[in-house]
Design a protein around this ligand. Structure first.
Ligand code: PLP
Length: 391
């Protein structure tokens, strides 16, 4: 615990943001920064221009805390187009300050002491301490390398009559695994059997590579009254700083998320919301096609480049993360390896085991983000090549 943390609840103490710490090291040593999961590629210019006009000429006051009406309409329209599912924009769609606020809202707005929540791990790290704050009991089910598939018996073992929520993210950060329809049906059956609800974090929904299919919880009839899907503008439009996220689905779950969001951020800036609406409704279909093919190219550039050096690369099915198995390279675990990789190799990465409770899996895996400029990806490959020559 650092000396300023003594006022915090215990569950929040001692968490030094590992992702930003790794990026900090990258800057310090001039290393290729493949650590933090944000793109260094610019989002679409016409969206920024539209939002800039709206900033100057549009409304300047608080907006509807549920989200700007036209943005909620656009979100419902997108779900209708893609999945043929009708959502009620008043009770089933809510806009939040990024997916992260929707996830935190789901934990704080739906859990309390006495409840249990089952995380399918690897999890998205920031959600777990928020769940702990609520006093609920946390349970975990592991997806394990190399294929990271879900085992139904292991899931059922963690469920009980007190389980209120199951939480997963697919396409999965950090493993890159895309949950199949069969795996999602395992979750749906568990929800039905134990009268539980699902929080499905789908922020990488548009980053699924050939041979794999993103199945949204919204497409599963058995989950229709039992789930919310959380997603955001950050990854799909390469604008993580805009902080536009949303939750879509069952009204009682939306109500909890909405309540927390109203009590905290209250609403989003109207010009940002209108920019997001524009992106969803007015960018041509070719935008998403280009987004997918460009990230496939970057995935292959990095994975093939590292693979050609003889590294054990785990090629992802989706997301913009890949990983390597460091087992044959070093006796260090993932955390020790990442703490020195910016300095010793010239590449910043993040340890995967931190996305499992008590680091009980993946101590041999480190994650790279490939949503970076090509020159950064080449720099990383070259840095590994020279380091390996010296070994
Ligand atoms: C799995 C997952 N969920 C949620 C988020 C948060 O997204 P946002 O920027 O919309 O808050 C991230 C961001 O890295 C993520 O990887």
């Amino acid at each position: 615990m650092s000396d300023v943390q003594f006022l915090m609840p215990k569950v929040l103490r001692g968490r030094e943001g590992i992702y930003s710490a790794m990026s900090q090291r990258a800057r310090e040593y001039g290393a290729a920064d493949l650590a933090q999961g944000y793109p260094t590629i610019e989002g679409p210019r016409e969206v920024r221009e539209h939002a800039a006009r709206e900033l100057l000429d549009g409304p300047q006051q608080y907006i509807d805390p549920r989200g700007l009406g036209p943005l909620r309409d656009a979100l419902a329209g997108d779900v209708k187009n893609r999945y043929g599912v009708d959502l009620d924009v008043d009770s089933q769609v809510t806009v939040t300050a990024g997916a992260q606020a929707a996830l935190a809202g789901a934990m704080l707005g739906l859990l309390e002491a006495g409840d249990e929540v089952v995380f399918i791990e690897p999890f998205y790290n920031p959600v777990v301490p928020v769940a702990r704050l609520t006093g609920a009991t946390l349970k975990f089910v592991s997806l394990r390398a190399p294929d990271f598939t879900l085992n139904e018996d292991e899931l059922l073992t963690q469920m009980s009559d007190r389980t209120k929520l199951i939480v997963y993210n697919t396409p999965n950060n950090p493993s890159g695994h895309v949950l199949s329809r069969d795996e999602i049906m395992m979750v749906a059956r568990a929800c039905e059997r134990f009268d539980a609800y699902l929080i499905a974090d789908e922020v990488y929904e548009h980053l699924v590579f050939p041979g794999h299919e993103h199945v949204s919880a919204l497409q599963i009839p058995e989950l229709r009254d039992r789930s919310v899907v959380i997603s955001s503008f950050s990854k799909t439009f390469l604008m993580t700083g805009w902080r536009v996220g949303w939750a879509l689905g069952a009204a009682p779950l939306i109500a909890g998320i909405r309540k927390v969001s109203e009590l905290t951020s209250f609403c989003l800036p109207s010009f940002v919301s209108e920019g997001a609406r524009f992106a969803l409704e007015e960018l041509p279909d070719s935008y998403l096609e280009g987004f997918g093919s460009e990230h496939l190219r970057k995935r292959d550039l990095l994975c093939d480049g590292l693979g050609a050096l003889g590294l054990d690369v785990l090629v992802p099915d989706g997301t913009f993360f890949c990983s390597i198995d460091i087992g044959k390279l070093t006796t260090d675990d993932d955390l020790a390896f990442c703490l020195r990789s910016a300095k010793d190799i010239g590449v910043a990465a993040v340890p995967m085991s931190l996305s499992w409770s008590e680091r009980r899996e993946a101590r041999n895996l480190v994650r790279f983000c490939f949503a970076k400029k090509d020159e950064t990806l080449h720099q990383a490959i070259d840095a590994f090549a020279s380091w390996m020559d010296k070994q």
